[in-house]
Design a binder for this molecule. Structure first.
Ligand code: MG
Length: 377
């Protein structure tokens, strides 16, 4: 029996994780946490009967027969074999570090946590000897490509790797004339061509901030220099990640674009059970295409890479200003073209600090987000 807690169970990844657990009787749900969707959390609690639950909206100490405790405490429970971090934005940082310090194995979908505090998280994982399993489809694919050639330990250095290739669909606006980009609507930005995901990440895909974050995420997860990470435009989203070796060989992972696939992989690793999710039909697909990314379409991608290279508190400022700007766009307070402008202004005014700890990262994150929200509402 595998005991699993899901931090952020009402979001897109959390719900898909429960879809898999519903069909797999060898997994028991120990803890669930959600943010605002109390109605869905209640349905999940009644169905999966976790011992522990958390939402900021619950004020009692017991709720639907589950004990209420903070999600960062649920993440560190000794009953957990695996903690799924499926929160969005900075919300999962404390739970991630607590789970690692409690020597739990974590599966991480919340890439912002690695953008904000990658070096602290990887150092803590090395010190505690814990494993970080990537759920993000590209990183999960790269990890699968590395199995057999390299041992997967978060923060390891991969000698034989020439480079890692992350594929990018190009998001909702990959074919839109560049002059129309600044004024697209929220609904247009939420129409992703290949993936069905939560709202925040879908906007990050449209700006390509998501891919910039994923380069930073790969840098930390695989302990590899930025110069060895490439991004290729791959419109079909069938190849999720590739690894190139020095002998000229490539390994790639292909599957239908459905997040159930990488989630099932981390839930059942090292086993590989059958699945009922949509299977790939290569003959129907006929072709796979690749092209260079036109970075001039995507100022957020360039901002992410330059902030990621500087690192320190610059990465915290990158994530916080993006989270605030995307929130303002979703609330229709700013136009799409303002997202990179707000981030660029924040980064160019930012006073870099190194060696920050988790409490001071959270403080800086809150300060930047509330200041930007105040300035634009
Ligand atoms: Mg991804």
């Amino acid at each position: 029996m595998k005991n699993v807690s899901i931090i952020g169970s009402t979001g897109s990844i959390g719900r898909q994780t429960l879809d898999i657990i519903r069909k797999d009787k060898s997994i028991k749900v120990i803890g669930l946490s959600g943010n605002n969707n109390l109605e869905l959390l209640e349905r999940q609690v009644l169905e999966f009967k976790p011992k522990y639950v958390w939402s900021p909206k619950i004020t009692s100490s017991c709720w639907n027969n589950s004990y209420v405790m903070p999600q960062e405490a649920i993440a560190a429970l000794s009953e957990n074999n695996l903690v799924i971090i499926s929160t969005v934005g900075s919300a999962g940082l404390l739970s991630t570090i607590n789970a690692i310090n409690a020597k739990r194995t974590i599966a991480i979908a919340n890439k912002e946590v690695l953008v904000m505090a990658g070096s602290i998280i990887i150092e803590a994982a090395k010190k505690q000897g814990t494993t970080i399993l990537p759920i993000d489809s590209e990183h999960n694919a790269i990890w699968q490509c590395l199995i057999g050639d390299c041992n997967m330990h978060a923060g390891s250095t991969y000698g034989p790797l020439k480079r890692i290739i992350l594929t990018a669909s190009g998001g909702a606006f990959r074919d839109l004339p560049i002059e129309r980009l600044a004024s697209v609507s929220v609904d247009e930005a939420l129409a992703h061509p290949t993936w069905v995901m939560g709202k925040k990440i879908t906007i990050d895909c449209a700006t390509l901030m998501n891919k910039g974050f994923e380069v930073i995420e790969a840098r930390w997860l695989f302990g590899i220099d930025f110069s060895k990470i490439s991004v290729l435009l791959h419109r079909e989203s069938i190849i999720h990640g590739m690894v190139e070796f020095y002998d000229g060989s490539y390994k790639a992972l292909l599957s239908y674009p459905d997040m159930h696939m990488p989630i099932q992989h981390v839930l059942s690793y090292p086993k590989r059970p059958c699945s009922e999710w949509k299977q790939l039909d290569l003959v129907a697909l006929k072709t796979l295409s690749f092209s260079e990314l036109d970075v001039n379409r995507y100022p957020c991608f360039k901002l992410a890479l330059s902030a990621g290279r500087i690192d320190g508190s610059m990465s915290v400022a990158l994530n916080a200003s993006n989270e605030a700007a995307v929130g303002l766009f979703l609330d229709k307070k700013i136009c799409f073209g303002m997202i990179p402008k707000i981030i660029e202004k924040e980064l160019s005014n930012h006073q870099i600090e190194y060696n920050k700890n988790i409490p001071s990262i959270i403080e800086l994150d809150n300060e930047i987000k509330s200041r930007i929200r105040r300035d634009y509402t």
